[in-house]
Design a protein around this ligand. Structure first.
Ligand code: BT5
Length: 253
């Protein structure tokens, strides 16, 4: 038997903050235990990857949970971001389940969750300070297009927008913490394999033609697989390329 993981204890609730990842980093530096979670109603400086901004108006679920994985933190961060992606996708599936057409929830490598083809959530995994992974999750819960900057609107959606109803934020927070705890618990007990399997079932990327961009990267290829370390394997021009950092856009066939 493995010890159940209980992320969200202690839970630090803030009304408005620049970034929950920043606050969680401070708490980590002060020795906060694994599972400490910072949740804010709004962020004024929400962080995305690679210096990008994450728009965080009221109505969303913005949180960072502090993990102290047993070993090799730097190597774990990519697989832990996918733990976050799968947990958020399962949360979205549970919340939105109901009568009517089944909404399509997909994990888009490396850190997005898409709902009916648009970004509903993003995950930010940061190693900071040493030995700690800060797993930041932004889920557009009761967020509407007018709440988001014009350039983000066409690519984004929210659970409320797709479901045509609003969601109880406390219930959603509970579901998200349950799913994060369950998937992190699995990762601790069994490694990345079960997370990878679920990721491949829910993937928006593998098996598709993708455009890869990022530092030193700019090409199109076929996404073949997610590797054991969380990297994406892409075949391009007869060569297999392992993508560890970068962005991937799915191209129409
Ligand atoms: C991410 O970055 O998707 C990671 C986002 C993580 C946000 C959470 S919120 C709680 C915690 N505290 C933080 O400060 N951050 C974490 P990336 O893949 O770089 O995507 C950023 C891009 O997504 C932006 O450049 C926009 O195009 C788009 N975007 C920004 N805000 C969005 C939103 N609310 N919904 C959908 N797309 C958004």
């Amino acid at each position: 038997m493995t010890t159940p993981v209980d992320l969200g204890r202690p839970l630090v609730r803030l009304e408005e903050v620049d970034s929950t990842n920043r606050v969680a980093a401070e708490l980590a530096a002060q020795g906060a235990p694994e599972g400490t979670t910072v949740v804010a109603e709004a962020q004024t400086g929400g962080l995305g990857r690679l210096g990008r901004a994450w728009s965080s108006p009221r109505g969303g679920l913005w949180l960072t949970t502090l993990l102290r994985p047993p070993a090799a933190v730097a190597e774990s961060v990519a697989t832990l971001a996918l733990v976050g992606g799968v947990a958020v996708a399962e949360t979205a599936r549970r919340l939105i389940a109901g009568p009517g057409p089944t909404p399509e929830v997909r994990v888009k490598w490396p850190n997005d969750v898409h709902l009916n083809g648009r970004k509903v959530a993003g995950v930010l995994g940061q190693v900071h300070p040493p030995g700690v992974v800060l797993l930041g999750v932004g889920l557009n819960l009761n967020v509407f297009p007018d709440d988001l900057p014009a350039e983000v609107r066409p690519l984004a959606t929210s659970l409320a927008q797709e479901a045509g109803r609003s969601f109880d934020p406390e219930g959603a927070l509970g579901t998200l913490l349950d799913e994060l705890s369950a998937w992190y618990g699995r990762w601790l007990a069994e490694g990345f394999a079960p997370v990878r399997r679920r990721c491949l079932e829910l993937t928006a990327t593998v098996g598709r033609t993708v455009w890869v961009s990022g530092p030193g990267l700019d090409f199109t290829g076929e996404a073949l697989d997610i590797m054991d370390d969380g990297a994406l394997l892409v075949r391009s021009g007869g060569r297999d390329v392992v993508i560890r950092a970068g962005d991937v856009s799915v191209r129409a066939r």
